[in-house]
Design a protein around this ligand. Structure first.
Ligand code: SAM
Length: 219
């Protein structure tokens, strides 16, 4: 099996947020492309490739073996961070899952509220639910970006616990730290929220007002 040397834009954007020198844990790793890439490119000295299911984890092991990185990347069966000790990872990536599941995984992590931990989160759906739950629980988004991969637009959040539970306007849950006025990819992502809200507005009128508010950030 050949070694995959390039990440797609979505995983590459996640990788771009990982701090150089950080020990990484990739939760829900599947093929382990991200932790292998981070170690091969010497961004991380070591990484844990974690998955709840044995089948994706065995795919991950194949990638690790093909890259001959078994001494630096460990494949581990874990439900969220349950099997990962507090002192094993600095940067925790949770990518390719729904926003609610990502929020649940963080809620269940006993050491998530450690200011030293850095979360890199890439929700496939419901980023607004994830952002709302992060804000309510004292986490802050220090940076956020978007990319297009395979024709779809994705967002990635860089998150730390600060302990400040800031009450935000509902629009923040959709916008986060994105800047749709000045960044065309951010605009595309926010427009996808607006389109979805317009559809939801057919059942519940308040979503129309929310979509209008978001439009005002796009002009
Ligand atoms: C769609 S894949 C995403 C793979 C990779 N992270 C990416 O973004 O391309 C989702 C993976 O998350 C795993 N998963 C789902 N729930 C999980 C949990 N609670 N803890 C760890 N892994 C989980 C699944 O088994 C699956 O391999």
């Amino acid at each position: 099996m050949g070694v995959k040397t390039q990440l797609d834009n979505r995983l590459r954007l996640c990788a771009d947020f990982v701090r150089r020198g950080a020990r990484a844990a990739d939760i829900g790793t599947d093929h382990a492309y991200l932790p292998v890439w981070l170690c091969r490119n010497n961004i991380c000295p070591s990484a844990i490739a974690a998955d709840i299911n044995p089948e994706p984890l065995s795919r991950g092991k194949l990638t690790i073996d093909a890259a001959e990185l078994g001494d630096r990347v460990e494949a581990r069966l874990s439900d969220g961070m349950q099997a990962i000790g507090e002192n094993e990872a600095d940067d925790i990536i949770i990518a390719g899952m729904g926003g609610e599941l990502i929020a649940d995984i963080i809620d269940r992590c006993p050491y998530a509220k450690s200011k030293a931990k850095h979360f890199i989160l890439q929700p496939m759906t419901k980023s607004e639910v994830l952002t709302a739950r992060l804000c309510a629980n004292g986490f802050e988004i220090d940076a956020q970006d978007c990319c297009v991969s395979g024709g779809k637009c994705y967002t990635v959040l860089s998150v730390f616990y600060t302990g400040r539970a800031i009450k935000r306007d509902e629009t923040y849950y959709y916008l986060g730290e994105l800047d749709p006025r000045h960044n065309a990819t951010h605009l595309r992502f926010v427009r996808s929220h607006i389109e979805r809200l317009r559809k939801q507005a057919k059942g519940e009128a308040r979503f129309a007002a929310l979509a209008d508010k978001l439009e005002a950030y796009c002009d």
